[in-house]
Design a protein around this ligand. Structure first.
Ligand code: ZN
Length: 642
């Protein structure tokens, strides 16, 4: 499939869609329509110039009559594909703005050939839009998490206007009531702006910001409702519509609770302002959509893990005060993704754990899923690409990975999503946002270290979810190699680690490396050299597990106590900086393998088959369009915002 810059675009299949009932298929169909209609929202959230830039670029792209070997065109085509993939002009993972390889003069000349070009950027200052494309110093980074600067002023995301970070923090500090045991997630569904000296929340809702897109989402949710599998599922959809109409975050909580309760439906979905990684202050939710249905065979495995949630909580190496006396409602399932949309498209997570509200999770539980058809597509693409042979210390690790990697990957995801995020509790009175900009990284680290610690527990073998006491070693090696070295292929020379998951992996691996040096004798984990190349070497897997237990205890303490200083210290010391020599070496070795570090997906297409005026079937089609065709179709058919 399509390969450009650092991206490879794959396809995924939707096994067993044909086995759904007609009613379930219709439900999937309207839910995926509702998902696709949110695309423009995410584009606008990512940066305020993204939509006019996309429209201008698409007009130039589709109208181009010139020589396709012209280096200007070649560079422009790459830029077009990059911004499609990133849902905007900043890299989806590194957050850095793309550098266009074509000239401004060339672009303007091509744009001038477009009839009615003014309509493409109506309502925007054309000079500013062009600066957003061509001026490297203008809006250089989407989400800035650098220490010691104003994160609002230095981030390009479109969540705040005319405000300093201090003003935003003061505004929400006043709204938050520490006594409130059921606080809404402040700021989740609005843009915060200063108008005439006054701070105003502009809510994303029907009749508010993004109303044109949200109305189409609601229209399709209402159609989907007709095909709901149960009264509970109908309630879920209705409460989501209520929330989209009111914009009231209490309504969002109501919806989230109904959604958590709906465990029996085969079909499920996410649709809304969910994850806050794209806000430097971690409050505002990026629009995201996904429709899925349960993969019953694979779900049996995760059900065993979650049925034993209390055992894991009780045996976790954390202070008793931070332990949940009763772990509630940890449900786990394996799903088949039917459509990816918004912030889950084209790059997508392989696991989901929602809702994010702490008190809802504590009182009502959460739903945790891993997405098997996506993982399978990744694994198929990775098989035999030479990566393991290049970076692993010896034949032993390579063989271990071949034998166990897909297996431990799945277990890692189960433990991270089903148990990790849901474990532990805050001490009374601790602000859930106390860790501020470090919160996302530390939370991911906590869930990951939980998974790593338990991956090596004989309990998993006893439960039959791990085959033997060797398998976890493949997971440990993989995680240390990735965190210490190989994830660096995802960033450019000179860059720091910015993304929460990358920071978390680095934090865990480098903390462990340092910890290993403190014990006498050969360290359990070290860098080793051979033929001038650097490798990660694990000398003592059992000791490694002991260190992971220590780090889990500390990460839980930081979260439970809201210890911002200790959290910042961990992230800044182990999770941000990159050793430039090692980075250069890794990049050089990786380039020789010619593998794209980022992957994403083209969606399948769902088409209703009509018998007179009623739907007699929904068919899923895979090969009917490529990446470019899909992006152009989405831009044409699902663009609601002006
Ligand atoms: Zn996570």
């Amino acid at each position: 499939m399509d390969r450009f810059a650092d991206i490879q675009v794959l396809r995924y299949e939707v096994p067993a869609f044909e086995q759904l009932s007609l009613k379930q298929k219709c439900l999937v169909y309207y839910l995926q329509e509702a998902a696709l209609w949110g695309r423009d929202i995410l584009w606008d959230q990512n940066c305020k110039y993204n939509l006019p830039i996309r429209r201008m670029c698409e007009a130039v792209y589709t109208g181009y009559q010139g020589d396709k070997a012209d280096p200007q065109w070649v560079a422009f085509e790459q830029y077009m594909k990059q911004i499609w993939f990133a849902n905007g002009i900043h890299h989806h993972y590194s957050n850095a703005k793309f550098k266009p390889g074509f000239d401004q003069a060339w672009f303007e000349a091509e744009l001038n050939k477009v009839e009615g070009k003014e309509a493409l950027y109506a309502g925007y200052d054309f000079a500013e839009v062009e600066r957003a494309i061509f001026d490297d110093n203008f809006l250089p980074i989407k989400v800035n998490q650098a220490d010691g600067v104003d994160l609002i002023a230095t981030s390009a995301c479109n969540f705040y206007e005319g405000l300093t970070q201090q003003e935003v923090e003061d505004y929400y500090a006043k709204l938050k009531n520490p006594q409130d045991t059921m606080p809404v997630m402040f700021g989740l569904n609005s843009k915060l702006v200063k108008e005439d000296g006054k701070i105003v929340e502009k809510t994303w809702k029907v009749g508010g910001l993004y109303t044109e897109a949200i109305e189409r989402i609601v229209e399709n949710l209402n159609k989907a409702k007709e095909y709901a599998e149960s009264d509970q599922q109908r309630k879920v959809i209705e409460s989501l519509v209520t929330y989209y109409e009111s914009g009231d975050l209490k309504d969002f909580d109501t919806y989230s609770i109904e959604w958590v309760k709906d465990l029996d439906s085969k079909v499920d979905f996410i649709n809304g302002f969910i994850e806050s990684y794209n806000d430097p202050l971690g409050m505002r939710g990026s629009w995201e959509g996904m429709v899925n249905f349960k993969d019953s065979a694979n779900t049996a495995r995760t059900e065993i893990v979650s049925a034993n949630a209390q055992w894991f909580e009780d045996h976790s190496p954390i202070d008793d005060r931070f332990r949940k006396p009763v772990v509630k409602g940890v449900t786990a399932k394996v799903i088949t993704a039917a459509i990816l949309a918004g912030d889950s498209y084209p790059a997508t997570p392989i696991g989901i754990n929602l809702p994010n509200s702490n008190w809802i999770r504590a009182q009502h539980g959460s739903k945790s899923v891993s997405i098997d058809n996506i993982t399978a597509a990744y694994d198929a693409a990775a098989a035999g690409n030479g990566f393991a042979e290049e970076f692993m210390w010896s034949e032993e690790e390579v063989e271990q990975a071949k034998k166990y990697a897909h297996y431990v990957d799945n277990i890692h995801t189960d433990l991270h999503e089903c148990l990790g995020h849901g474990s532990g509790q805050l001490l009374p009175g601790v602000d859930p946002d106390a860790l501020k900009a470090y919160g996302s990284t530390l939370e991911e680290a906590r869930a990951d270290i939980f998974a790593l610690y338990y991956m090596a527990d004989p309990k998993l073998v006893e439960l039959g979810v791990m085959p033997d006491m060797e398998a976890y070693k493949a997971g440990y090696y993989q995680q240390m190699m990735n965190g210490l070295m190989t994830q660096l292929v995802r960033i450019l020379p000179g860059d720091n680690l910015e993304e929460a998951h990358m920071r978390n992996r680095s934090l865990i691996a480098y903390w462990t490396l340092e910890r290993a040096k403190m014990d006498e004798g050969q360290p359990a984990l070290e860098f080793a050299k051979r033929d001038g190349k650097t490798y990660v070497k694990i000398n003592d897997y059992k000791k490694l597990r002991q260190y992971f237990g220590e780090l889990l205890g500390e990460l839980q303490r930081i979260k439970s106590e809201g210890d911002f200083k200790a959290g910042r210290h961990l992230v800044e010391t182990y999770g941000v900086k990159v050793n430039p020599e090692l980075h250069a070496e890794v990049l050089e070795r990786y380039q020789k393998l010619d593998i794209a570090p980022y992957k994403g997906f083209v969606n399948p297409r769902y088409e209703p088959v009509f018998n007179a005026s009623t739907i007699s079937d929904i068919v899923v089609k895979y090969g009917t369009e490529n990446y470019v065709e899909q992006m152009l179709r989405y831009g044409r058919d699902y663009s609601a915002l002006k």
